[in-house]
Write a protein that binds this ligand. Structure first.
Ligand code: HEC
Length: 200
C-alpha cells in the first residue's frame, strides 16, 4: 500500500466512526426527549413539594389556625405594663389596643405616637402587619417608640388570637391554603423554574 492508499483507508475509518457517532446521537435523542426528560421533571416536582413542606414549616395562616387565645393571654403579660386592651382602657406608655386587629395604624387621637409610626399613614393593622411588628417593631418602623420583640412565631400567633378577641367585630383569620392547592402551586413553581433554566 502506498501512502495515497493508506490515506483512503484512514479516511474510510474516520468516516465510519463519525457515522456511528451520528447514528448514536440521533437514535438517543428521541429517547431523551420522550422518556428521560419528563421523568426527571416529575421527580423534581415531587421532590419540590416535599422540600417545600419540610423547609418552610407551617404557613402563617396555619400558625394562626393552630393558635390559642388562652395561651395568648399568658403572652399578654409581656405587653400589659405598657398597654391596656379593654374597651375604653387608658393609654399607658403605649396606646390602648382594643380592636387593634383591623384598626388604622396610629389611630388614637389621645396618644402621642412617634412620627415614624404616624408616617405609615392610613394603613390598617392586619394579622400579618401585627405579626411583623411584634417580630421587631424597630425593624418594621425605624424610629418607632416600642422596643419589645416577640421572637417565637407560635407565641406571636397565640398573642394575635388573644388580641383579636378584644373587638366589636373580630376579623376572621386568613384562610389556610388546602394541601391540594399548595401542591399544585409547588408543581407550577418547579415547572416555571425548569422552563427558566431551559428545561431538563
Ligand atoms: C415598654 C413598653 C411597651 C411594651 C412592653 C409593649 N409595647 Fe406596644 N407600643 C408601645 C409604644 C410606646 C407604642 C407606640 C409606638 C410608636 O408610636 O412608635 C406601641 C404601639 C403598639 C402597637 C401599635 C398601636 C397603634 O395604635 O398603632 C401595637 C399593635 C402594639 N404596640 C402591640 C404590643 C403588643 C402585642 C405587646 C406585647 C407583646 C406590646 N405592644 C408591648 C410600647 C410598648
Amino acid at each position: 500500500m502506498d501512502s495515497f492508499e493508506w490515506n483512503k483507508v484512514m479516511a474510510a475509518v474516520i468516516a465510519t466512526v463519525l457515522f456511528i457517532m451520528v447514528i448514536g446521537i440521533v437514535a438517543e435523542t428521541p429517547f431523551h426527549q420522550e422518556h428521560v426528560k419528563p421523568a426527571f421533571t416529575i421527580e423534581v416536582a415531587s421532590d419540590g413539594v416535599v422540600e417545600a413542606v419540610v423547609e418552610e414549616g407551617p404557613s402563617f395562616a396555619e400558625m394562626l389556625a393552630g393558635s390559642s387565645a388562652d395561651r395568648g393571654a399568658r403572652q399578654w403579660n409581656k405587653c400589659k405594663s405598657c398597654h391596656t386592651i379593654d374597651k375604653g382602657g387608658a393609654n399607658r406608655t403605649g396606646p390602648n389596643l382594643y380592636g387593634i386587629v383591623g384598626r388604622t395604624i396610629a389611630a388614637l387621637d389621645d396618644f402621642r405616637y412617634s412620627g415614624a409610626l404616624e408616617a405609615l399613614g392610613t394603613s390598617v393593622w392586619t394579622y400579618e402587619a401585627i405579626d411583623e411588628w411584634l417580630q421587631n417593631p424597630q425593624a418594621m418602623v425605624k424610629g418607632s417608640k416600642m422596643v419589645l420583640a416577640v421572637r417565637k412565631a407560635d407565641q406571636r400567633a397565640d398573642l394575635l388570637a388573644y388580641l383579636a378577641t378584644f373587638s366589636d367585630q373580630p376579623l376572621p383569620f386568613p384562610a389556610v391554603e388546602s394541601a391540594q392547592e399548595a401542591a399544585e402551586g409547588a408543581i407550577e413553581a418547579v415547572e416555571q423554574a425548569a422552563e427558566a433554566t431551559g428545561g431538563n
